[in-house]
Design a protein around this ligand. Structure first.
Ligand code: 4NP
Length: 589
């Protein structure tokens, strides 16, 4: 039998695992991000000698694509102790000094792109969403201001391109092309009401994902001829896979199209239509460089690592990666996908990770992902891995609204957050019991998952033995007031403008109903899901005599970039579950 402290050590070993993600190749060096020194920073690896240098200190957030015509890496860095007040910096790949680009007051940067000369940024202040343009060593200039969501995805040839909610339809994304000479923003969509994402430039051509013709596919639009065409691919390995989503895509230096397609939570990667041979799981990023490809890969059972693949021979090796500690690997069991029926009959996909350290039926956690436009896939998730290592089976539903299962499914949450999605989460617990996996069930999530946790515990209290809410949402009304221009728009899109639902969909409205003990963990300086409304919820818990824990992570923000802060999220939750789920001391029993 493993004791509580040994179980905490397992969590510590998983949180401290070094993770790696490829950014790009230039000047014979692979730029990558890693938390190997305790915070997610940028590094560069000399591809001829294999030696690495650290490029940044103190953590980075958004990182621009690296270009073969420049030795610079451009990235955003939080200078507000987690408040997501970013400045844009650059550093050369040999590890020179980090230099800030002057002229932009720190603000939320949620898109940064670089063409080797010009940097384009989407950023938000309290009042507006903005486009900024700057050069390394020059002054930043604000070139566009709006209240809509606009996300930069590429810059080149005097144009900044991206997508956004530009015609006021919360279900749609249109593309924009911003001309750096005329300073005019042109909106383009192949079909009104369709979802169009992340255009990537090659000369006058835009490669992007669109739902204009049914299920998501990749198309190429020529800005000069105004013609829309399918990408031209030399090989046809991708045919027959029926991908529901294109995770990432782009152009090689010589103008061939590469992409990563996803279906049922697993991906396959292709360069010019030829498959890049990789193990089962998910590729989150792909960097083609000449005859080689650097792929960031992981699965529920293997942490993010970078593979180097030779396209001609198909030979691959792990260039950067860490092994799962053996004690944890031995306790993490089978990972597989199931589909279950929700209350209204909707079929909901979910990933299940069994624990070899739990009986069957045994203590189980419904893990709810954030976003809500995201999913749990066959890719590394330190929370899920920690739960399985601790001795809990995990059911992670891709509730309605999740991405990766088609546009119709993604849209089902718009105008109804905390409605049908809550029913899906409750049904996940019921499925876990009915299938013989669970004898008692807790719920856990971070961000939108923290919101669902609080809502499920208060509105559907009879389902749960315990719950852990990280960076949750307690009150949509107060949160909206505290949000900046980007998140006000985001909430507007999520609710489709139906602010009359705010009260009905807020956990604080149902706080009296709470039965199970709850563990609340929240970053002090979170500006996406602010702490203040959660403190008001906690005050109510105190008044009502409910069983709860509150852990505030000092000087941290919504995005956890430090390993130490990740421990401050997971260790209290692990200890709490040890008391209230493992020993069955919770509300439902
Ligand atoms: P996430 O955070 O789950 O980490 O993406 C969120 C922040 C804000 C909102 C939802 C999720 N919101 O609805 O405003």
């Amino acid at each position: 039998m493993t004791g509580a402290w040994e179980r905490l050590r397992l969590v510590e070993s998983l949180v401290k695992l070094p993770l790696y993600s490829a950014v790009g190749v230039t000047s014979g060096r692979l730029v990558y991000s890693s938390n190997v020194e305790g915070v997610r920073d940028l590094w560069s690896l000399d591809l001829s000698t294999g030696s690495s240098v650290r490029l940044t200190r103190g953590g980075v957030s958004a990182v621009a694509a690296v270009r073969p015509n420049s030795p610079l890496v451009v990235y955003a860095k939080d200078v507000g102790a987690g408040r997501e007040l970013h400045q844009v910096f650059c550093v050369d790949v040999w590890g020179g000094e980090e230099r800030a680009i002057e002229g932009m007051e720190p603000r939320r940067v949620f898109g940064v792109e670089f063409d080797g000369e010009i940097v384009a940024v989407s950023a938000a202040s309290e009042r507006s969403v903005e486009l900024w343009v700057m050069r390394p060593g020059g002054e930043a200039e604000r070139v566009h201001k709006t209240r809509s969501i606009i996300v930069v995805s590429d810059v080149g040839g005097g144009k900044v391109v991206g997508h956004g909610v530009l015609r006021g339809d919360p279900r749609a994304f249109e593309l924009f092309v911003f001309d750096l000479e005329s300073l005019e923003l042109e909106v383009f969509t192949p079909r009104e009401g369709s979802l169009n994402r992340a255009p990537r430039l090659w000369g006058s051509k835009l490669l992007f994902a669109t739902t204009a013709f049914g299920r998501e596919r990749l198309v190429v639009y020529d800005l000069e001829t105004k013609e829309l065409a399918e990408p031209e691919l030399r090989y046809r390995d991708h045919e027959g896979y029926d991908f529901t989503e294109y995770v990432t895509y782009g152009w090689t230096a010589d103008g061939r199209v590469w992409f990563v397609g996803k279906r049922d939570g697993r991906t396959r990667a292709f360069v010019d239509g030829r498959e890049v041979p990789l193990p089962e799981g998910c590729v989150t990023n792909l960097v083609p460089a000449g005859s080689r490809v650097y792929a960031t890969h992981s699965s529920l059972a293997s942490p993010h690592s970078v593979y180097e693949v030779d396209l001609e021979s198909g030979k691959r090796r792990v260039l950067l990666g860490a092994e799962l500690p053996r004690e944890a690997a031995e306790r993490i069991g089978r990972a597989y996908m199931v589909r279950y029926k929700s209350a209204d009959g909707l079929e909901v996909p979910a990933f299940v990770v069994e624990s070899r350290a739990a009986p069957r039926p045994g203590p189980t956690v419904v893990y709810v992902h954030g976003g809500p436009w995201a999913d749990v896939a066959d890719s590394w998730n330190v929370m899920i891995a920690s739960l399985a290592a601790l001795g809990y089976h995990v059911v992670a539903p891709n509730f309605r609204g999740s991405t990766g299962y088609g546009e119709e499914f993604r849209r089902m949450i718009i105008g109804d957050p905390g409605g049908g999605d809550l029913a899906d989460v409750v049904s996940a617990a019921e499925w876990a019991r009915a299938s013989g996996l669970a004898d008692r069930v807790a719920i856990m999530g971070y961000s939108y998952g923290g919101y669902m946790t609080l809502l499920a515990l208060t509105k559907r209290p009879d389902v749960w033995s315990a719950g852990c809410a990280g960076a949750g949402i307690a009150d949509w009304e107060e949160m909206y007031e505290l949000s900046d221009a980007l998140y006000k728009s985001f909430i507007g899109v999520l609710f489709a403008g139906r602010s009359e639902l705010f009260r009905e969909r807020s956990p604080i409205t149902y706080v009296e109903g709470l039965k199970a003990p709850v563990c609340i963990v929240h970053p002090q300086n979170d500006t996406r899901t602010p702490l203040r409304p959660v403190l008001r919820l906690v005050e109510r818990l105190l008044e009502l005599g409910k069983t709860f824990e509150l852990h505030v992570i000092p000087d941290a923000g919504h995005a956890i970039v430090k390993v130490e802060d990740a421990l401050k999220v997971l260790l209290p939750m692990a200890l709490f579950l040890d008391r209230y789920l493992r020993s069955g001391g919770g509300g439902r029993g």
